[in-house]
Design a protein around this ligand. Structure first.
Ligand code: TRP
Ligand code: SF4
Length: 400
């Protein structure tokens, strides 16, 4: 526990588009090389807004997993699972709900935003208000410390951090904490104990967060501690409570924004998306007919790439010389829009070739995906069950 663990989830929306690929999946593929990773389909989250079309969710989950695997998520490195197959998420959601002030939830920016945006649905339900509590449980139940998400999710991670702090404050109390913590320090061995104490003092007296980080690293590298001592040593760094649920960090990676065919955000519901496994002929057709700078009506009208969604695709797919060629050619009417679009078409088709090939294996034999996910659910459930035993115990709900 408390080691570098990455967790992220997505609502099941079916087949993925290239916005998902560049915005999230490519990053996940990189992260799996370096960290223990857990990636899940947030099927209960889909219900918070789409409770009335539940029958579509399962198909969407399987389609989404095929595309994750096609993107290069490696099931022998990352754990892939479905939220509802790990019912402990619901238990932790319920328990966290007890210490969640309703005001926190009403103030989450996405709450009012989404209610205003999704006018066609009634979002005055309890589940939707409680969404950030469920998301917090998703993260805290794996004691994940890194959560790769988009900008729009950062306020939810902030709720998660506050809930973790509050949980530890309320349930991390124990009689004789100070003595128990000091006994645990001794168990680190003379050298590490001295280092731990130094770092703790530096953090507490000077507020140096580097020292706090270094102390946490030291604990992470220490294998032979009991769970209780580990919780005490993490907690003792900052205060007088055990850290049962560590606070996660959002992992904000600079990812290019892939514009949709009409220049708006790419989304299946706007019908402006290029799918990750689009047929090459369809890629060609979609790009060739996509919008350009409206000022370029005729071939010899000069244009401005900054007013053209195709430019956004060049920023994702083209190298510097190609971009310079576009900039020069567009503003002088030296090239036509179809000339300009061709390198993008070629790059997308090239990028998708290995993705299509990997997907084919899973489409030919869907049992491969089922087995990968069944294994993942089992692994995730073990981890979640471990945390829940500890959580119940801290709350006094242990009846064994
Ligand atoms: N809320 C996220 C989204 O809509 C999905 C999600 C649910 C999630 N639980 C999570 C992401 C936990 C990261 C960690 O995109
Ligand atoms: Fe857009 Fe390229 Fe046409 Fe310029 S030349 S308007 S950048 S498609």
């Amino acid at each position: 526990m408390f080691s570098d663990r990455v967790l992220s989830g997505m609502r099941p929306t079916g087949r993925m588009h290239i916005g998902h690929y560049h915005g999230a999946l490519k990053n996940w593929v990189r992260l799996q090389e370096e960290y223990e990773c857990l990636f899940f389909a947030a099927d209960w989250h889909a219900l918070t807004t789409h409770y009335d079309s539940a029958e579509r969710i399962a198909d969407s989950v399987w389609e989404m997993f095929v595309d994750w695997l096609a993107a290069g998520i490696n099931p022998s490195r990352a754990t892939l699972f479905i939220q509802s197959r790990v019912p402990e998420h619901a238990e932790l959601t319920l328990l966290l709900g007890m210490i969640t002030p309703v005001g926190w939830l009403e103030r989450v920016p996405t709450y009012k935003d989404q209610q205003q945006k999704l006018v066609d649905r009634d979002l005055s339900n309890f589940g939707f208000l409680g969404y950030p509590v469920m998301m917090s449980a998703d993260i805290l139940i794996y004691r994940a410390n890194m959560v790769p998400v988009g900008e729009d999710q950062v306020s939810h991670i902030e709720v998660t951090r506050e809930l973790a702090r509050r949980f530890n404050f309320v349930y991390g109390r124990e009689a004789g904490f100070e003595e128990k913590a000091q006994a645990a320090v001794k168990k680190l061995g003379a050298k590490k104990a001295r280092r731990y104490n130094e770092l703790r003092t530096t953090f507490q007296e000077k507020g140096e967060t580097d020292a706090l980080e270094a102390a946490r690293d030291l604990l992470n590298e220490t294998q032979n501690l009991s769970l209780g001592d580990r919780e005490r040593l993490f907690g003792y760094l900052e205060g007088s409570r055990r850290v049962i649920l560590p606070e996660p960090q959002p992992l904000l990676t600079e990812t290019p924004r892939v514009p949709g065919l009409d220049g708006q955000k790419m989304s299946k519901s706007y019908d402006n998306a290029i799918m990750m496994r689009e047929e090459p002929a369809d890629v060609t057709r979609k790009i060739r007919t996509m919008q350009t700078d409206p000022a370029r009506v005729r071939r010899n009208d000069p244009g401005n790439p900054l007013k053209c969604p195709v430019w956004g695709l060049h920023l994702v797919y083209s190298d510097e010389p190609t971009r310079a060629w576009v900039m020069q050619g567009c503003t002088t009417a030296g090239i036509g829009c179809l000339d300009c679009k061709q390198p993008v078409i070629d790059a997308i088709i090239r990028e998708q070739q290995p993705i299509r090939e990997r997907a084919q294996r899973y489409l030919d034999d869907p049992s491969l995906v089922r087995n990968i996910v069944a294994d993942g659910c089992e692994r995730a459930r073990k981890l979640a069950e471990e945390t829940m035993r500890d959580v119940r115990d801290a709350m006094g709900l242990d009846y064994t």
